[in-house]
Design a protein around this ligand. Structure first.
Ligand code: CTP
Length: 403
């Protein structure tokens, strides 16, 4: 198991009865080699004494942005940390984080933190199940924050169900796992295509599609976080990766995307083709704006190159190729046939029939299909969480692939 030696961890404790477990959590973190700076909301400090935590962390505990004459610099703390863990996280603090309300030391630091943020909710069954809470959890996940799932069991109210904060051992295991995974793609080169392509009709109009590029950008960030050298060939998209290590090659058309991908693929270990490439383009793009003359305008479209099939044909031993399929009908059969035809090792299927999946959503619900009819269904998740699932599957294949 990786250890946490030298890791600087901000621990935010909000006002839940589970706050008493924070003392055990701090002890485990420190035992694993981490440095811990505890932050508490006033309600958190009602449940467990700041003195207990400052004794265990050997640092003053901050409970307010302004303390006496001095100002606790939440920006500095946000930059200091290698990770922020909010445990326990109440429904109310969760809502504030989701909305960006910075009225206490924890939420203010959260907004300033550039490091990964983990959150371990703790609340009663009905609060946890409420659509408002579900939405807030999804929001934090869509910001790339990492949920440490709640447990099932007896709650302080006497109800039995979901809502218990994960045990301190589980929280520490999540951190261990996170840093272990960080280097899991070190030394690997990953090519990702993402976003739509725009095929010009004239200088002002194009044929395109509704792809936002969210899934591909999330994949690029996730692969970079795992230590890979990432090239992202990105069609016209408002988005860009957060991770500065990702090399972005912006393109407009399918042909430009093919050229960039063809260049990068020979040196890549993994190709992930998440772009929604326009299948057809106007035969000719008019040099000047087409004027409104007749009642009917006929556009002749010709087939674009198939980037995936081209790379699939050139795939060498040791290289992996992952494709996507967005389907409305006969989903599994269509995806399986694309896996074969384009020589993919894995195909990620999302069906437009699934609520919350597909273009422009922050969430996605996928099925991953491998060779030999290996099928794995996943739940509806944020796109960053889906990206992690896809990379986990890729890593399993990499381990079993001949060099
Ligand atoms: N793809 C590609 N180049 C194209 C078309 C598709 O690289 N010209 C890739 C996509 O990035 C995706 C996979 O191929 O990974 C499947 O894309 P999809 O649009 O579902 O398949 P098509 O082959 O275009 O089939 P159809 O549109 O008829 O479903």
């Amino acid at each position: 198991m990786a250890n946490l030696t030298g890791k600087k961890i901000l621990l935010g404790i909000t006002g839940s009865i589970a706050a008493y477990k924070a003392a055990f959590l701090v002890r485990l973190l420190i035992k694993s080699g981490a440095e811990v700076q505890a932050l508490m909301t006033k309600a958190g400090a009602e449940f467990i004494s700041p003195l207990t935590l400052s004794t265990l962390t050997k640092r003053p505990v901050h409970t307010d942005i302004i303390a006496g004459e001095s100002w606790n610099n939440h920006v500095e703390m946000g930059l200091w940390a290698d990770a922020m863990v909010v445990a326990p996280l109440t429904a109310s603090s969760l809502a504030k984080m989701a909305q960006g309300i910075s009225d206490n030391i924890i939420t203010a630091t959260y907004l300033s933190a550039r490091c990964p943020v983990f959150f371990a909710p703790a609340m009663d069954l009905d609060m946890w199940c409420h659509p408002a809470t579900r939405e807030n959890v999804r929001r934090l996940q869509s910001y790339g924050n990492l949920l440490i799932p709640v447990g099932h069991g007896e709650l302080a109210s006497g109800l039995v169900g979901e809502g218990r904060m994960a045990e301190p051992e589980e929280i520490v295991a999540h951190l261990h796992h996170f840093w272990e995974k960080q280097q899991s793609l070190a030394g690997r080169k990953v090519l990702i295509t993402a976003g739509p392509t725009y095929e010009p009709i004239d200088p002002v109009r194009f044929v395109g599609n509704r792809s936002s590029g969210k899934m591909g950008v999330a994949l690029a960030d996730a692969a970079a976080r795992r230590g890979a050298e990432v090239t992202l060939v990105l069609g016209p998209s408002r988005l860009s990766p957060r991770d500065a290590r990702v090399q972005v090659l912006p393109v407009q058309t399918a042909e430009e995307m093919l050229q960039a991908a063809e260049k990068a693929y020979p040196g890549a270990d993994i190709g992930i083709l998440a772009a929604a490439v326009a299948d057809y383009r106007p035969r000719e793009a008019a040099a000047r704006k087409i004027k409104k003359t007749g009642d009917v305008l006929k556009l002749e479209l010709i087939k674009n190159p198939d980037i995936a099939a081209t790379l699939g044909q050139r795939k060498k031993t040791g290289q992996l190729l992952v494709g996507f399929a967005l389907e409305t009908d006969n989903e599994l059969a269509n995806a399986q046939s694309k896996l074969e035809k384009k020589n993919f090792d894995l195909i990620v299927l999302n069906s437009l029939q699934d609520q919350g999946a597909g273009f422009n959503y922050d969430t996605n619900k996928i099925t991953i299909i491998g060779k030999g009819n290996k099928i794995r269904d996943f739940e509806l998740k944020s796109k960053p969480a889906v990206a992690e699932d896809i990379l986990d599957e890729v890593e399993v294949l990499l381990k079993n692939k001949p060099e």
